[in-house]
Design a binder for this molecule. Structure first.
Ligand SMILES: [Zn+2]
Length: 121
């Protein structure tokens, strides 16, 4: 996953950096060249609180090299707070589906070589 330094910095502080359309306020996560909603090309940075709910996830039993101590973990898709935005990240020590119910509250806590790191709230 490649991410911009500003995005990584925001994640380390528990936030998610999004781009907000200055015309219609629609939020975009990735760098976009025009607003998907209104077509405007003007955006401003918007720092969103990195908390939300689990939408779906996959339990990974074979970790990438260097992350063996965190195995098994889940690759989680979460929906951010009140925003219609989804991000995905890693959540350590998830062994079975019962460990992480769909809808569980999670938050962004860090960003490392794997990408966004999440924790249960
Ligand atoms: Zn727009």
């Amino acid at each position: 996953m490649s991410a911009k330094p500003e995005f990584i910095e925001a994640a380390k502080a528990g936030n998610v950096l999004a781009r907000k359309c200055t015309k219609c306020n629609d939020l975009h996560l990735a760098t976009v060249y025009f607003c998907k909603k209104c077509g405007s090309k003007e955006f401003e940075d918007s720092i969103l609180k990195g908390t939300g709910k689990v939408v779906t996830y996959t339990i990974m039993t074979v970790p990438p090299a260097g992350f063996e101590d965190l195995s098994p973990y889940a690759w989680v898709v979460m929906e951010l707070g009140d925003y219609d935005l989804r991000i995905s990240g890693f959540l350590a020590n998830i062994q079975k589906p019962g460990d992480l119910p769909i809808g569980a509250a999670v938050k962004v806590v860090d960003f490392d070589d794997r990408g966004i790191v999440l924790e249960k709230l």
